[in-house]
Design a protein around this ligand. Structure first.
Ligand code: ATP
Ligand code: MG
Length: 316
């Protein structure tokens, strides 16, 4: 029996070394780094000490090998991480502008990651967990990946397993109508929804994060957590609102902060902490992630986060 199960795309990311160098000119890249929002999430959960399992698909190649080795060495159960011959492992090339904006070239839909399907989701496996986590990005990789996520959430819900959902679909990459349409079934099935500020706005049409959060509660969630980068995070329930400032750290690479945050928040809940502490802990895990280069290079242990919280300062 595992505490947390996630499913979706797992891929390698190859990153521009320098800012402002577009993908259409030759220059240096760094990588491959292990990535994919659901994979980053589950790796963080395992490193923070909870038992974790991952459902996904990689190709029979060296990128796939690296991903398998990484999850395995961090203790993630990979019995349902399928190796699919004839497809290459999912890949993303990413570059940053000085403005903080990112630009991607993806090889996902036609990669192994895009072949995740409902048959990969065993009802008895997800049904025995305490939490099942779905990322919105996995809803847009391919139709079969989307159906796999819906199935995992339905099977979890049926058995009383908590469903957590991070919409994680950038309005700049996908039109708002599509985002709303593919997220709607997940919002109805989720106990906890964890969007970024922009995603909360896109999903609800409400500018104010508090109003957006309240609107998301009306879709069925009991807790909404809105991630706001260096402004920290906000938690909304029927009972009220909690706000937590971010930690004051130097941002080296923000990719994956939201995914690590989600993982840390779920681990806090698993340990029975009160919501304020879960939020603070998740902010700390996110802050540690942004200080490190590489999408999956967040905190290595629960103790690292707890020590960080003792000495780090929060932003005003
Ligand atoms: P992702 O790009 O991974 O999807 P996101 O938009 O879902 O990110 P963010 O709000 O960027 O999530 O980051 C999650 C959390 O990490 C924030 O709520 C905050 O606590 C922490 N964090 C992110 N950026 C910073 C920063 N520059 N300084 C301090 N903390 C940060
Ligand atoms: Mg996110």
């Amino acid at each position: 029996m595992l505490e947390v199960i996630a499913l979706g795309e797992i891929l390698v990311e190859v990153m521009r070394k320098k800012r402002d160098v577009p993908h259409y000119v030759p220059d240096e890249y760094l990588g491959p780094y292990p990535s994919g929002a659901p994979a980053i999430f589950i790796d963080a959960v395992a490193r923070l000490g909870a038992s974790a399992g991952f459902i996904g698909v990689v190709g029979d190649d060296d990128f796939g090998k690296m991903l398998i080795d990484r999850l395995k060495s961090d203790g993630v159960d990979i019995r349902y991480l399928r190796v699919l011959p004839g497809y290459t492992t999912g890949t993303a090339f990413v570059m940053y502008y000085s403005s903080g904006e990112r630009k991607f070239v993806f090889h996902l839909r036609h990669s192994a990651a895009g072949q995740l399907s409902p048959e990969d989701v065993r009802p008895e496996y997800v049904g025995a967990a305490k939490f099942v986590h779905v990322m919105g990005s996995a809803l847009s990789v391919s139709e079969s990946s989307r159906e796999a996520c819906y199935k995992a959430a339905r099977e979890a819900k049926k058995r009383g397993v908590k469903v957590t959902f991070d919409p994680n679909l950038r309005p700049e990459l996908l039109d708002v109508d599509t985002i709303r349409r593919i997220c709607a079934p997940m919002l109805a099935l989720s106990d906890i929804v964890m969007p970024s500020e922009a995603e909360a706005q896109a999903l609800t049409g409400k500018e104010d994060p508090l109003e957006a959060g309240r609107e998301l509660l009306r879709h069925g969630a009991e807790i909404v957590v809105i991630k706001m980068g260096e402004k920290g995070s906000m938690l909304i329930t029927k009972e009220g609102v909690l706000r937590e400032p971010a930690y004051d750290v130097e941002e080296v690479d923000p990719t994956g902060a939201g995914d690590v945050f989600d993982g840390a928040f779920v681990v806090g809940l698993l340990r029975g902490w009160e919501l304020r502490r879960c939020l603070e802990f998740a902010n700390a895990a996110g802050a540690i992630k942004v200080m490190n280069f590489g999408p999956m290079e967040g905190p290595r242990s629960m103790n690292e986060v707890l020590q960080f919280m003792k000495r780090a300062k929060k932003r005003d």
